[in-house]
Design a protein around this ligand. Sequence first.
Ligand code: SF4
Ligand code: SF4
Length: 137
Amino acid sequence: MFRMTLNVLRNLFTPKATRLYPARVREPFAGYRGQLEIHIEDCIFCGLCARKCPALCIAVDIKTGKWECDPFACVYCGICADHCPTDALFFADRHRAPAEKHSLMSYTGQPPKKKEKSVAATAGSEAPANRKSAPAD
Ligand code: SF4
Ligand code: SF4
């Protein structure tokens, strides 16, 4: 009883450990994972972020050039940004704004075009131009 009273009194006279967010916002610190963002023009639609995401909240469609993320399912672990080969994904130095409605982060970009096969490769029966023809008997 004595110990509990002591705790109550101590808590009454020490500052609060929590903040009234969003009225009071903490300054971001080094390595802070704030708002997940994407520079869609740098995305090559490799799908690595979607495959690595433990919350399965990213969807990448290379055919339509769509990149989507459900920020309500995201646990802000940072794995997607760590594995992005082009650094298209990153965390902005600001807190995610409170939201009342469920919405997706949805972006459309330009997927890389497939390389066209060379004429020599598609014409399987034709000999390469640099190959010598067999001598006639
Ligand atoms: S931060 Fe983590 S949970 Fe959020 S999208 Fe990236 S990999 Fe998924
Ligand atoms: S955001 Fe990065 S990891 Fe994800 S599909 Fe684009 S390039 Fe690949």
